[in-house]
Design a binder for this molecule. Sequence first.
Ligand SMILES: Nc1nc2c(c(=O)[nH]1)N[C@H]1C(S)=C(S)[C@@H](COP(=O)(O)O)O[C@H]1N2
Ligand SMILES: [Mo]
Length: 324
Amino acid sequence: MHYLENRGFIHPVASEITPRRVYEARRTLLKGLAAGAAFSALPALAQAPRPGKLAALPGAKSDVAGALTMDKLTPYGDVTSYNNFYEFGTDKSDPAHNAGTLKPRPWTVTVEGEVKKPGTFDLDALMKLAPLEERIYRLRCVEGWSMVIPWTGFSLAELVKHVEPTGNAKFVQFTTLADRAQMPGIRSSVLDWPYREGLRLDEAMHPLALLTFGLYGEVLPNQNGAPVRVVLPWKYGFKSAKSIVKIRFVEKQPKTAWEEAAPREYGFYSNVNPKVDHPRWSQAGERRIGEDGLFAKKRPTLMFNGYEAQVGQLYAGMDLARYY
Ligand SMILES: Nc1nc2c(c(=O)[nH]1)N[C@H]1C(S)=C(S)[C@@H](COP(=O)(O)O)O[C@H]1N2
Ligand SMILES: [Mo]
């Protein structure tokens, strides 16, 4: 597979992982000091897992995302060590350190509300609803950094069609796990738990919206939202809810956890838009994790994160400054 170069050596012996990664990190640091150059924005943690450790997932390559497969992949070590998953703490390194307590199996996802076929899916049943595909998507965090990740899953639309929304279903709400026993970050009141997100029904039906079970050809690492999350590449990263336990079809636009926390800063739509700034910072540019150093000039952020040709029609005629 073409991302092998990013995966380093395959199936390392366990004892070799940490010393080698520590060594590499130290070497990078020394090189940076010697040259007076900017370091790689975020050095990977020695503890980060690497491919070969988790169960493999099949998935035929899909180019539903089109041209963006030209982007260089973000190294696995960065994808799995620099995370936002506040249920495990608010520092970028917290999820990789703390998410070992998450139990991704057994797991169920309950589908309810305005559907003809509500029910509770066991994870394996859910994964069998459609063939798994591998899709390379960019993920652009609202904080101004981005990654390029090979995800495994299938279009959320497959699940939506399966449960048959009623005529009253206009929106979809996602609720994620909030279990104090598994998630140390729940003790903090940084957000009102559980983490909730939402989409308009037509957004949820868009083929780019991915119900995601894996990355880099393996099941999702806990810190990336095991065992099931969504990935919505044209929206800011926080819309891509991790560790989903409930999907509810509703008539009225549901409130999201981020809207409740800071309504002026985080709207329901949260489409990536370089022309609409966050109240406290510009959204015009971004830093690609693993590629752009801390002091490098930011690269321009693209409308809808580069997926405008695919999703622009969903928002035709809407004032995107008002519906941010
Ligand atoms: N349940 C839950 N989902 C979440 C978050 C979170 O804190 N809790 N953070 C979001 C944010 S802000 C981002 S940028 C992405 C990060 O996904 P990644 O760590 O897999 O790159 O997850 C999103 N999903
Ligand atoms: Mo984010």
